[in-house]
Design a protein around this ligand. Structure first.
Ligand code: FAD
Length: 376
């Protein structure tokens, strides 16, 4: 199969790149874009799980928030006519603090995510809205890139689908996945110089080692007790807890980031749920012990997000990307995209806003090179 631009990865970044190229390309230039995605769904780290009723409620098991001033996210939500779904993270009431010996204190401070934006019905609404605008033949799900070979000015990507390998021949490749994951799972011929591989390997994937637990309840009972649903715990197993209730329909919810390290929580989902519910009961009262349902997503063991290196705790936010060196781009034909390649700094690199920044940079470069949209 032949295409002009092959996008590897159907997370926010890759999907936005496909959407932008399709939107900006005039039918006369006829740039052909193909996006391959290894999972059987689009969205990557964006994952919204539907609630138990058919009421449109959904609970984010990957990213939850974007922030005022993240102008790309704000603009995209407006363009996709989803702005009515934006609401502020519920934050009225007191937060709780659990120290490492288990003592619970309240009234020490406000909600850490007050003012953050959420999307009612989950962030996957953005993914669905972007995908709906693409021509039917753009996206290939369950299709994994395994190898890329340079052949003069063309690139040959070996893809694996339904147990078979085949080749996609393209002029450009957009690698819209975390650089560390790419360098660990897609082999390149010619191989990258050691220094370039090291740079990619050391670009940590934001939140890849994390796990999230969401507990669904008939009502947000903690609010009656003057609590916001926020808690910080140095005891665990949930280290940071927030209200995850939808704005409109659907069961109320609390969610927590799991603070137990990946090597200890591996294959321990039942024990983790039990310990998390005991902790929620201790913090928020006996109703917390009886959720309607509990959803868990452990990203650390999802090999389409995390690598072995991501099992290490990540304590600092990712540094802005500085990897656009010629030796890793094969004279510009191999384009490193994805949120971890954003250069915009804090609250960009590794975040949803960074996925859009990287996509914007990639689309602009393709236009400059005369591939894709017209230069602006
Ligand atoms: C638990 C958690 C909480 C987070 N919270 C927030 C938050 O509140 N706010 C925020 O801004 N950000 C948050 N983030 C980060 C945010 O999710 C990411 O910045 C963003 O989703 C990255 O998008 P991306 O397209 O760059 O990468 P990804 O979403 O990782 O997409 C990469 C895609 O490539 C696919 N893929 C992988 N390998 C291959 C292959 N070989 N062939 C084909 N396809 C492949 C994957 O399946 C995936 O779909 C959070 C992340 C997690 C995990």
């Amino acid at each position: 199969m032949k295409t002009d631009v092959l996008i590897i990865g159907g997370g926010l970044s890759g999907l936005h790149t496909a959407y932008s190229l399709h939107r900006d390309t005039s039918p006369d230039t006829g740039t052909h874009v193909t996006l391959i995605e290894a999972r059987n769904r689009l969205g990557g780290r964006i994952l919204s799980r539907s609630g138990p009723n058919s009421d449109g409620s959904a609970y984010d098991l990957g990213p939850t928030w974007f922030w005022p001033g993240q102008h790309r996210m704000e603009a995209l939500v407006r363009t996709l006519e989803l702005e009515r779904e934006i609401f502020e993270q519920p934050s009225a009431g007191e937060a709780l603090y659990e120290n490492d010996s288990g003592a619970v204190l309240r009234g020490l401070g406000g909600a850490s995510m007050a003012g953050s934006y959420r999307l009612d019905g989950g962030l996957a609404k953005i993914i669905r809205a972007l995908a709906e605008q693409l021509p039917d033949d753009t996206v290939q799900l369950r299709t994994r890139a395994t190898h890329i070979t340079q052949h003069g000015d063309r690139l040959h990507t070996t893809i694996h689908r339904d147990g078979h390998d085949s080749i996609i021949n393209s002029a450009r490749i957009v690698i819209a996945l975390p650089p560390r994951l790419a360098v660990n799972s897609i082999s390149l011929s010619p191989d990258l110089p050691t220094q370039a591989r090291d740079l990619l390997q050391h670009t940590a994937t934001w939140m890849a080692g994390s796990a999230k637990l969401v507990a669904l309840y008939d009502e947000p009972f903690w609010r009656k007790d003057g609590l916001s649903g926020d808690a910080i715990s140095y005891r665990g197993p949930l280290g940071e807890i927030h209200d995850a209730s939808p704005r409109t329909n659907g069961p109320a919810a609390l969610f927590g980031f799991v603070s137990v390290p990946p090597d200890i929580r591996r294959n321990q989902e039942d024990a983790l749920k039990e310990a998390a519910l005991a902790q929620l009961e201790k913090l928020f009262g006996h109703q917390a012990a009886h959720p309607r349902d509990v959803y868990v997503k452990d990203w650390a063991f999802d090999n389409l997000t995390a690598t072995a290196a991501d099992q290490e705790p990540q304590i600092t936010h990712p540094a802005p990307w500085s990897g656009a060196a010629p030796e890793i781009s094969w004279e510009g034909r191999l384009m490193w995209s994805g949120s971890e390649t954003a250069e915009g700094g804090l609250r960009n690199t590794g975040y949803l806003e960074g996925a859009l920044e990287a996509s914007e940079r990639t689309v602009h470069q393709l236009a400059k090179d005369g591939v894709g949209s017209a230069p602006s």
